[in-house]
Design a binder for this molecule. Structure first.
Ligand code: ASP
Length: 308
């Protein structure tokens, strides 16, 4: 048994491991852990307190995948629900679909009794007003002037702020794997923008035969490279978790993106060996909790920092 997560998953990993010790499945552990992260108002990159889009609306993305049978569920641009990870799980369990977005996702969340709530906290609203007010975008958004298209505002004031999103990967008593990703996405994004988090194979992927992987950082990179899936294919080809992360990170660093970015990749192979690589190098950290430990250990990432 093992549970690993990004640095912001501390509020949930202990609960996730307790569930595993009680015999819960890897999927249960991932959901339990990520619900706790989604409830944390201090984390402005996930769930309650997440930073909003350009219009001031909090749109959440989440995905969950089981390595047994490659079952998966995801939601994108979901507004007004406190636990997108649980809605994603219900998509996996109750529908013949994998991904629901926007109004359809909200309808499904309502039908299945998901908890509603105001996601925008005072603290996040203040950050939104400060950031967009200072660049003059807020005034343009508020007048809703059709002569000032939102995409132009985004081009002018594009502000990618890395360092958020939660990944958790668990391996249960039976050696089954599951991974989950939950986020409020790129702060002040274009409305309707989906990152890698809700896209199976980009932000997360799990296959009991080989291992599981999940990403944080600039979603547009993991989306283009299908990073999580490509990493698991490297494991399938016989690479170790470290080798597979190194290859995926190098592929990302070679992408001609034209802007600085961060990408962090978390992996756990079928035997329970973990790896975490980041374009930030060892400055980035992740958390790992085994069955004998009370608290997660904070461990440094591998990888050579990207210059600049
Ligand atoms: N990967 C997330 C996204 O692109 C953001 C992040 O991890 O910082 O939505």
């Amino acid at each position: 048994m093992l549970i690993v997560g990004t640095a912001n998953t501390a509020p949930g990993l202990v609960d996730g491991m307790a569930a595993l010790r009680d015999g819960a499945s890897a999927t249960d552990a991932v959901e339990v852990a990520l619900r706790a992260v989604e409830s944390n108002p201090e984390d402005d990159s996930v769930g309650l307190g997440g930073l909003p889009n350009l219009l001031g609306q909090v749109e959440l993305d989440a995905s969950i995948m089981e390595g047994t049978g490659l079952r998966a569920g995801a939601v994108g641009a979901l507004a007004g629900f406190l636990h997108p990870i649980s809605v994603a799980r219900k998509v996996m369990e109750l529908l013949p679909h994998v991904l629901l977005v926007g109004e359809g996702a909200a309808r499904f969340a309502r039908e299945t009794g998901a908890e509603t709530g105001e996601l925008l906290t005072e603290a996040s609203l203040t950050k939104y007003r400060e950031r967009l007010g200072a660049s003059g975008v807020l005034a343009a958004v508020e007048t809703d002037d059709p002569e000032v298209p939102l995409y132009r505002l985004l081009q002018q004031h594009m502000h990618y702020r890395p360092g958020g999103t939660a990944n958790v990967i668990a391996r249960d008593r039976e050696g089954r794997l599951a991974c989950g990703v939950t986020t409020s996405g790129w702060a002040f994004k274009y409305p309707g923008r989906l990152g890698d988090s809700p896209i199976i194979g980009a932000g997360g992927y799990a296959d009991d035969r080989y291992g599981a992987a999940a990403c944080t950082g600039l979603g547009e990179v993991a989306l283009r490279l299908c990073t999580a899936h490509s990493l698991v294919r490297s494991l399938a080809a016989g690479q170790s978790a470290d080798e597979a992360c190194a290859a995926a990170l190098q592929e990302a660093q070679e992408l001609p993106l034209g802007m600085p970015f961060v990408l962090n990749i978390l992996a756990l192979d079928a035997q329970g060996r973990q790896a975490f690589w980041s374009t930030k190098g060892p400055e980035a950290r992740y958390l790992s909790l085994g069955p004998e430990e009370d608290q997660p250990q904070s461990l440094p990432a591998s990888g050579l920092p990207t210059a600049g």
